[in-house]
Design a binder for this molecule. Structure first.
Ligand code: SF4
Length: 359
């Protein structure tokens, strides 16, 4: 049986000596804590840190964020991925600005009610910004607790999830929940790492079941994920007589909504990539195009699928483009592409187009 008596004391002592110097730890502003927690939902600390600095320089307060346009917010977020996070933060900032006078709400329930805030993020903000006794359970915490307690079951199952949540609630240091939660997450991120935990440096080693039974490689156990699909996508770079390119704004409620892209879509079975481009541009823009040349191919991974994106230059031979599948269309010069927010794969095409221009 693991011993829990000195768990929080040992953990906090370790944290106060070993915590990393991260940009969001320099301030106790709840807005900064909220922003860091949202950025860290799907992004590693080292990747998020420069974005955090850039974002807070552009929008130093919740009011500044609320007043910005979605275009401005997405420009600052571009490259971080999972853009719903940015759109939701922007919506939440407007609510905080108008309904809470620009101060983050200070109850767990009100924080949880904000767009884009789930139980994990609400617990993190409530505990770190307001000292409220809510336990954070993220991937790092799950790894530390299942190893410490020797839970060998599949962490994707409801029963193991419940056991971890119950244990997290029991162990929470109610006097100091913010530091305690950060300490547990920090230990998981820096010492109790997925592949080779550094048990020799761990403050919890004396009570850890996985360490004592040499099971750190087996816990936490996760059943294999289903194979993720891989789609072939073909897009058209339509060039007009003035050399301008046609880009489309994705609808707000769609994946990557609010970002611009080159129109196109998924290749169907039995179709060539050039046929895909012609069909997709007919469906999305109501124009007939001639494919005039291949430009580039790239691979990109999203959370639930992968794509290979094939980009072709095209010329309109019939029709006037209509935004049948997008919010709006724009003809832009190559040197204007940097002023529009694009998802990562499309941004790689714009960068290649800009550098081709200079070659
Ligand atoms: Fe993780 Fe090792 Fe510490 Fe146990 S002793 S909590 S396995 S780092």
């Amino acid at each position: 049986m693991p011993s829990y008596s000195d768990f929080d004391r040992d953990l906090l002592n370790w944290y106060y000596i070993n915590r990393r110097d991260l940009p969001w730890r320099k301030s106790s502003d709840p807005y900064f804590i909220w922003l860091s927690e949202i950025m860290l939902q799907q992004t590693r600390v080292d990747q998020a840190a420069p974005y955090f600095e850039r974002f807070t320089a552009a929008f130093p307060t919740v009011h500044d964020l609320a007043k910005a346009t979605q275009h401005e917010v997405l420009m600052q977020w571009e490259g971080l991925g999972y853009y719903t996070r940015a759109r939701n933060m922007h919506r939440a900032a407007k609510i905080i600005s108008t309904e809470y006078g620009g101060s983050m709400p200070d109850t767990y329930e009100e924080i949880l009610a904000l767009p884009g805030v789930g139980p994990y993020t609400a617990a993190a903000i409530a505990s770190i910004a307001h000292g409220l006794p809510h336990a954070v359970v993220d991937g790092n915490v799950i790894r530390v607790l299942t190893r410490y307690a020797g839970m060998v079951g599949d962490v994707r199952t409801t029963s193991v999830k419940k056991a971890v949540n119950d244990l997290a609630g029991e162990l929470l240091d109610r006097q100091n929940p913010g530091d305690y939660n950060q300490a547990l997450m920090e230990l998981g991120a820096t010492v109790c790492t997925p592949r080779s935990p550094d048990c020799g440096s761990c403050p919890l080693q004396a009570g850890c079941v996985a360490f004592k039974t040499a099971m750190t490689g087996d816990i936490p156990y996760k059943s294999p994920k289903k194979q993720i699909p891989h789609h072939q996508i073909a897009v058209g770079i339509i060039v007009n007589e003035e050399g301008k390119l046609l880009i489309a704004l994705r609808p707000d409620n769609a994946m990557l909504g609010g970002l611009w892209e080159f129109p196109g879509g998924k290749k169907r079975d039995g179709e060539s990539l050039e046929e895909t481009v012609r069909r997709e541009l007919k469906e999305e823009l109501n124009v007939d195009v001639e494919v005039t040349g291949f430009f580039m191919k790239l691979n990109h991974a999203y959370s639930h699928f992968r794509i290979t994106l094939h980009a072709y230059f095209c010329r309109i031979v019939r029709g006037e483009p209509q935004p049948a599948a997008s919010e709006q269309l724009a003809w832009v010069r190559r040197d204007q592409l940097a002023g529009y927010p694009f998802p990562k794969a499309n941004r790689r095409i714009t960068l290649a187009l800009i550098s081709e221009k200079h070659n």
